[in-house]
Design a protein around this ligand. Structure first.
Ligand SMILES: NC(=O)C[C@H](N)C(=O)O
Length: 337
């Protein structure tokens, strides 16, 4: 028995994937210009001895990349590792260090597919550890502290940034450069301050142990692409994506309430006619898309993304398509998750 176990400290595994939290700049004033994914997890842990106050920590370097370059294969590799660790009796919680650019996508994917009631926390930073007022150390301390808390169990996958605890479903990177980069349109679940959690709400959408999706059954993800709506948008982009091999769905990041240019509608209808699902999301980052408003979804056999932004809608679509291509079933899933 180790000293930490004797002291009843939770045993937390930190799975490192890269990002700015593992970044390094040329000087301490480089807060925005630096290289992501440089520092190994053992060095991150050694640089933060305070972690030993809240947990017995060990690290694993799963990959070392900037998150904008993550692939579906990377996502599956990480999720399978999280699932395996979550089943171990000697692991009480899992922290994933991750670049912030696609952190919301990974967090939502894990929330949808990993069957565990143990806390899983995804964390990043906006400044590299070499910068003045670097935010990674406190974010990581908060993440480990939340991952080791009994009161964080059964609430799904979290993102801790800037003292806030967010659900991986709702949270999105909405601000560049600032350390208050992450927001949930329905609000954070709570805050973590000096190793103590303060909860204000709980997630209502299905996640982790209540999910019908299970990462242990998912070896591949179907291809889903996103097209953007804007003034003067032409159908050629949709037509081009429609020829991509293996395409199973297109997420349309529409203007306003998911509106679609009249020039683009026929292109999407043609794809639907070929069995490709059309998911109507919005480029507006708040509010939600109303079914059969702006476009006749029932008539066209389209799906609306509810309040999910396009990148999160893509994640849920991929996961849902591992089970069904029926648009009515997909719509049910978009309401429930
Ligand atoms: N702040 C960051 O982590 C940004 C970086 N480009 C990444 O996502 O890996």
């Amino acid at each position: 028995q180790t000293t930490a176990q004797a002291a009843n400290k939770p045993r937390i595994v930190i799975l490192a994937t890269g990002g700015t939290i593992a970044g390094a700049g040329a000087s301490s004033v480089n807060s925005a210009s630096y290289s992501a994914a440089k520092v190994a997890v053992d060095k991150l842990i050694a640089g933060l001895p305070e972690l030993g106050r809240v947990a017995e920590v060990r690290g694993e370097q799963v990959m070392q990349v900037a998150s904008e370059s993550l692939s579906n294969e990377d996502l599956l590799k990480l999720a399978h590792r999280v699932s395996d660790l979550s089943k171990r009796a000697d692991v009480d919680g899992i922290v994933i260090t991750h670049g912030t650019d696609t952190l919301e996508e990974t967090a939502y994917f894990l929330n949808l597919t990993v069957h565990t009631d143990k806390p899983v926390v995804v964390v990043g930073s906006m400044r590299p550890g070499t910068a003045l007022s670097a935010d990674g150390a406190l974010n990581l301390y908060d993440a480990v502290s939340v991952a080791g808390s009994a009161d964080a169990k059964s609430k799904g996958v979290f993102v801790t940034m800037n003292d806030e605890i967010h659900t991986g479903r709702d949270v999105s990177k909405l601000v560049n450069i600032k350390t208050e980069a992450f927001k949930s349109q329905w609000g954070p679940l709570g805050m973590v301050v000096e190793g103590k959690n303060y909860w204000f709400r709980a997630p209502i959408k299905r996640h982790t142990t209540q999910s019908e999706f299970d990462i242990d059954q998912i070896q591949n993800l179907p291809r889903v692409e996103i097209v953007y709506g804007y003034e003067n948008a032409q159908r050629a982009v949709v037509d081009a994506i429609g020829t991509q091999p293996g395409l199973q769905a297109i997420v349309h990041a529409g203007t306003g309430n998911g509106s679609v240019a009249n020039r683009v509608v026929p292109a999407l209808q043609e794809l639907r006619g070929k069995g490709i699902n059309v998911i109507r999301s919005a480029r507006v980052p708040a509010g939600f898309v109303v079914r059969n408003a702006e476009q006749p979804d029932d008539k066209y056999d389209w799906v609306v993304a509810h309040d999910l932004n396009p990148q999160k809608a893509r994640i849920l679509a991929m996961v849902a398509l591992t089970k069904t291509r029926n648009p009515k079933e997909l719509q049910r899933i978009f309401w429930e998750y």
